[in-house]
Design a protein around this ligand. Sequence first.
Ligand SMILES: O=c1ccn([C@@H]2O[C@H](COP(=O)(O)O)[C@@H](O)[C@H]2O)c(=O)[nH]1
Length: 272
Amino acid sequence: MTFIEKLSAAWTANNSLLCVGLDPDVTKFPAQFKQQPDAIYAFCKAIIDATAETACAFKPQIAYFAALRAEDQLEALCAYMRSTYPQIPIVLDAKRGDIGATAEQYAREAYERYGADAVTVNPYMGFDSVAPYLEWKDRGVIILCRTSNPGGSDLQFLKADGKPVYQHVAQLVAEKWNTNGQCGLVVGATFPNELAQVRKIVGDMPLLVPGVGAQGGDVEATVKAGRTASGAGMMINSSRAILYAKELAGEDFAKASRRVAIETRDAINAFR
Ligand SMILES: O=c1ccn([C@@H]2O[C@H](COP(=O)(O)O)[C@@H](O)[C@H]2O)c(=O)[nH]1
């Protein structure tokens, strides 16, 4: 099964466009994890088990693991997700970008070492820096287009040949790079107008849409701007708001995460 087939099946089976982001920050972990040597694995596993039925994808952010020399825990976590929830795609958020020879190694890291279904990639160095990922025909390549952060405008909004750079990226990926139908784009929920522009350019291409939850993106505006005719087409990511959900009286952290994941999924579904 290809990444796109798996994602489409997960949209339907879980009736969800929610992507649960795994950004494990040990300073925010509940007390019971503090002394645990594999705390990152144990915390993320609990979140995965609590939210799996609400999600169309999981998105581990590699920086949170690498910064603590915890790549082995990321590897174990990806193996756990693949064996326990094989129907839910893993999108490794690594935002890689380098010359072709190095990109080949980054592609192996994402797809072979971690067994990710898709990886995020930076298009700034052009086609030959993305081509090695495209060689993995059953995997997804999710290319940064209009990122959710304010500083994304510094370059992505610059006009070239009369239109902003992010629109060039969308057009280039849709018309030239996506020959095997395996590409997606990252477009922030914090910019619904640009999300609508990108949707017009790329047809039904899947979009990874971070920015709801902690970054304050508006769910209704996001869904209305980015949905396809069939009411899908997006992995709307929320990380911190789910991982570190405020617990209600008598609730534990995983139940709180599950509750917020359900609320977010349902809020999204209300506008599909
Ligand atoms: O444009 C982008 C691309 C990626 N991200 C990543 O998504 C999550 C967002 O986390 P929240 O806690 O929901 O804000 C994080 O891993 C970012 O690295 C993004 O925010 N914007």
